[in-house]
Design a protein around this ligand. Structure first.
Ligand code: ACO
Length: 432
């Protein structure tokens, strides 16, 4: 039962009026914030599929129509006209920057590109073959040790230094990543260059040598800009919800972002981009044209990685953009990647197969991003790290929404306990 302002819940003969909360795009929610206080009951929604955990102004997604907008701007327009740093500013501060604001933000990123020299010793103490995501989580968290004035663990103190903390995180994460890559290969570390833009600087730190500067093809920096931009935010996904959860305890930006890195690592989330390439490689090595793999996925023996999404029940708009960009990048670089052919065949087969059609399973952003990163020369175990670099602006924006809220409230879900009822302690000799 509902009018436009209230829904009514009937429980044990009593009625409770639940205020209706309507978002900018008409999304409707029943506000249950006082439900337990009034009725003693809570809601149950394992996996949060029906739960709005916060109100946010950062990103809008309409999964049924395949719509994604950052701060109101359609992802298609940003992909075409903007670049990563400008979009990062938009995501974090809510508006596209003026020329002056953009220049100031870029300068802040440039100033904050180098990492504290002592962090090098930290890298050295890790095994050479450590997974880059494990390293990234550790290093992002460690930023709080080296820049303690940006990590006071008080929301007011940390929001006072927000601009510097945000730029520190977004800029250094790229230096950390490149440094981890160089060290894992026993290569000399390459320092950031003031004259280079965000993506070019990252590629320089990855691929230059002391005796030879990496010449970055324009198509490569454009592709990297696009990949990062498309990952900049995605509202309350697993990692962002984790960042907000940690932020709600008063934790600083670096600690909160490090928790996002950990949540992102899993193969059902950011780890899917690596899992897609592993899947395509297995299909290739098995001499399968994809049909055997699809048959196994339909029997529940495996999943078609890079397919499906909790929110999108239509094409992930990022997948459309990235699929096109992937073709262009490989064509321009003259790269023949058999995995791209397999991916295209899988996509075609899945899109016309009832199993996938009925479940509304479409390619997601991870389906083609790995093939692009391979073409750029980024190793497979770093794909999820690249996702994390792209997602930093979103995590920063969401951290700020939590930290700067007038009345910050710790996130603390309830549960339905289904364990044993109260029982007496048995000494060990009586336990059989
Ligand atoms: N391949 C085959 N079947 C699938 C797939 C898939 N990729 N995804 C879902 N299904 C099937 C399930 O088996 C289930 O079938 P059933 O109803 O017969 O049991 C049905 O579709 C619904 O699946 P759920 O797991 O309930 O869907 P959910 O919304 O919880 O999962 C998820 C979304 C995790 C993304 C899932 O689709 C998946 O595992 N995809 C592959 C991993 C992947 O690409 N992850 C990246 C997501 S995007 C991102 O995080 C950046």
């Amino acid at each position: 039962m509902s009018d436009t302002t209230h829904a009514t819940l009937q429980l044990a003969g009593k009625q409770y009026a639940l205020p209706v909360f309507i978002g900018t795009e008409g999304e409707t929610a029943f506000d249950i914030t006082r439900l337990r206080e009034q009725s003693g009951a809570i809601t149950f929604d394992e996996g949060y599929g029906n739960t709005g955990s916060c109100a946010s102004t950062v990103t809008y997604i309409e999964g049924e129509k395949g719509i994604l907008r950052y701060r109101g701007y359609p992802i298609e327009q940003l992909a075409e006209y903007s670049h990563f740093v400008e979009t990062a500013y938009l995501v974090i501060y809510g508006e596209l920057p003026t020329r002056g604001q953009r220049a100031k933000f870029s300068d802040l990123l440039t100033e904050n590109a180098p990492i504290h020299e002592r962090m090098v010793y930290l890298f050295e103490s890790y095994p050479r073959d450590a997974h880059p995501m494990a390293l990234l989580g550790a290093m992002v968290n460690a930023l709080a040790c080296y820049y303690p004035h940006l990590a006071t663990n008080t929301h007011y103190g940390d929001t006072d230094n927000f601009d510097e903390a945000a730029a520190t995180l977004i800029s250094k994460v790229r230096t950390i990543t490149a440094m981890a890559y160089r060290m894992s290969r026993g290569l000399p570390v390459i320092y950031p260059k003031r004259s280079l833009k965000y993506c070019e600087n990252f590629l320089h730190m990855m691929f230059s040598d002391p005796y030879e500067h990496y010449q970055c093809p324009e198509v490569v920096s454009r592709a990297l800009n696009l990949i990062l931009l498309l990952h900049a935010d995605h509202e309350q996904n697993c990692s962002t919800a984790t960042v907000r959860m940690v932020a709600s305890s008063g934790a600083n930006l670096f600690a909160s972002a490090a928790s996002g890195v950990c949540a992102l690592w899993g193969p059902f989330h950011g780890g899917a981009n690596q899992a897609v390439i592993e899947m395509l490689q297995t299909i290739h090595d098995d001499g399968d044209d994809g049909s055997r793999f699809i048959a196994s996925a339909k029997q529940g023996k495996c999943r078609l990685m890079g397919f499906g999404h909790r929110i999108y029940r239509n094409y992930d708009p990022r997948a459309k953009i990235i699929g096109k960009a992937c073709e262009e990048l490989l064509r321009t670089l003259g790269v023949q990647d058999p995995l791209l052919d397999i991916a295209r065949r899988l996509e075609q087969a899945a899109l016309s197969d009832n199993y996938f059609v009925e479940r509304k399973l479409y390619p997601n952003v991870d389906f083609y991003s790995g093939i692009m990163m391979r073409a750029i020369g980024i190793p497979m175990n770093m794909f999820t790290v690249m996702f994390a670099i792209g997602r930093m602006p979103g995590w920063v924006a969401h951290w700020r929404e939590v930290a700067a809220a007038g009345r910050p409230r710790i996130y603390r879900p309830r549960q339905i306990y289904t364990g044993c009822s109260c029982r007496e302690y048995l000494p060990v000799e009586k336990r059989g």
